[in-house]
Design a protein around this ligand. Structure first.
Ligand SMILES: [Zn+2]
Length: 481
């Protein structure tokens, strides 16, 4: 029997709030000056008291509601004790026995719990310079801007059995956090951090659990899991015992490496935080399950289903779900068009191909801010009505991207408006024949090239707005009269 992998994920996300978790210091991840956003509370000065950030609690409850979890009636904070220079109190305020959310499902993966805690400070270490004297040796610095930033921790059940499912779950969680405005959730910036617990076993019991950290992209999550499944399976096949440990992911070598042996949870000496009152959430009207559910926007999976029902292609759907600009452009156009199916199909195609192309084209000067929904909608209507050809629409779109404006005026100025008015076309044809009788005679005598000249003259007369095929047809009819 083959070894079966079992994976559980732990995801931390920095929440977007005005202030930190337990004090009034600003929560600004972009603050570049070290130790600018600090106060006696988050620096753990003696005698200070933490107060709970309501906005952070609301974010976690909204995540819980979105995934169908049970929101706690009663919740409390606990102290998780350990010593490290980036944890000034000597403990982290977290939640242990009474998390804010229990249960729920996301992307088909069962969620164990979602709780709230505080982030640590950031340490940076500088190695001694080569040949430096003792005084210029190693330096460690601590920046407390991040200390006390609200941090959500979500733990899944150990129910994942392959790397792909883990990656899919993580991507869907990022999308949910962004949709809810709960976190910017950038992995590269450490706003969302994923840890994977991986074990392999031949039977239904769990094998020795290995935790992998430092996964700062979805690809690393998938690759690290695949690597660990492979490594652990090979070790067991060779009769080598595995140890419970924490491993890191080396992006360059594409392999995991040992960081430290894992401490059990008992080592943290959890006990209820005595400085924060217990939270009776059911007594706060805005935190009731109904009130929280009422604040939720359209959730990613609902939006995905709605777009699919509109007949949008799968790749366009995922693009709109993950790109706020494209999504709002599409939504505004759809609304403006009164959900006209033809307009929405055109808009989805032009956004997903032409606009994406323009944004990616370094040679195309412009700015996406120039692409206003109203003018984009007007262009889609012109395409639908046949006022511009699809070729002409691309030129108009390029101009809109470059400098904004009104698509009808742009099309007119560029001679891209297609005239369907038979009378206008017929008049142009008569005028051209009248002015070029000799050439018309040549065509009557069998000189095909003469017709091309006349079509060119008629196009010129129409300032490029005539359909060449139509003009040719009218010319032949007029000359044959
Ligand atoms: Zn503070």
């Amino acid at each position: 029997m083959a070894y079966r992998p079992t994976i559980g994920l732990e995801v931390h996300a920095e929440l977007t709030t005005r202030t930190k978790m337990f004090c009034d210091s600003p929560n600004n991840p972009d603050e570049a000056r070290p130790n600018a956003n600090v106060c006696p509370v988050c620096l753990a000065h003696p005698g200070t008291l933490p107060t709970v950030n309501k906005q952070a609690v609301a974010h976690v409850l909204r995540v819980g509601s979105a995934v169908g979890g049970t929101l706690a009636d009663y919740s409390e904070f606990d102290r998780k004790s350990y010593f490290y220079p980036d944890i000034p109190k000597g403990y982290q305020i977290s939640q242990y026995a009474y998390p804010l959310v229990a249960g729920g499902t996301l992307a088909g993966v069962a969620i164990t719990r979602v709780h709230l805690e505080e982030d640590t400070a950031r340490s940076s270490h500088r190695s001694p310079r080569r040949g430096a004297s003792h005084d210029e040796g190693a330096v460690s610095l601590v920046d407390f801007n991040r200390a006390g930033v609200p941090l959500m921790e979500l733990v899944t059940d150990p129910v994942i059995h392959d790397a792909e499912t883990a990656g899919k779950f993580a991507r869907e969680l990022q999308l949910l956090l962004r949709t809810l405005g709960a976190s910017h959730a950038n992995l590269e910036k450490g706003e969302m951090r994923i840890e994977a617990n991986i074990s392999v076993s031949k039977d239904d019991t769990f094998g020795t659990k290995v935790e992998v950290k430092n996964l700062n992209s979805f690809r690393s999550v998938e690759r690290a899991i695949a690597y660990e499944i492979d490594r652990q399976t090979k070790a067991l096949e060779e009769g080598v015992a595995l140890v419970q440990e924490t491993r890191g992911w080396d992006e360059g070598k594409q392999q995991t490496f040992q960081k430290r042996f894992k401490e059990g949870s008992a080592d943290y000496r959890y006990f209820p935080e005595p400085d924060i009152p217990k939270m009776k959430l059911s007594e706060v009207p805005e935190f009731s399950a109904d009130a929280i559910a009422a604040t939720l926007p359209e959730l990613p999976w609902d939006r995905r289903a709605r777009y699919a029902a509109l007949g949008l292609k799968a790749d366009a759907v995922e693009m709109f779900l993950n790109d706020g600009f494209m999504a709002s452009l599409f939504e505004e156009v759809a609304e403006g068009a009164g959900n006209d199916a033809e307009i929405m199909r055109l808009a989805a195609n032009y956004i997903a191909s032409d606009i994406v192309g323009l944004l990616a084209d370094n040679a195309a000067a412009g700015n996406r801010e120039n692409l206003k929904a109203a003018s984009f909608l007007a262009l889609m209507q012109m395409i639908k009505e046949g006022t511009v050809s699809s070729r002409g629409a691309k030129d108009v779109l390029r101009e809109l991207y470059a400098s904004g404006g009104d698509p009808a005026s742009i099309a007119k100025a560029k001679g891209l408006v297609q005239v369907h008015d038979e009378e206008a076309l017929a008049k142009a044809v008569r005028d051209v024949i009248g002015a070029n009788q000799a050439v018309a005679d040549e065509y009557r005598a069998g000189k095909e090239a003469s017709l091309q000249f006349l079509v060119g003259q008629a196009m010129k007369a129409m300032k490029g707005a005539g359909n060449p095929g139509k003009l040719k047809e009218l010319l032949i009819r007029e000359i044959s009269k």
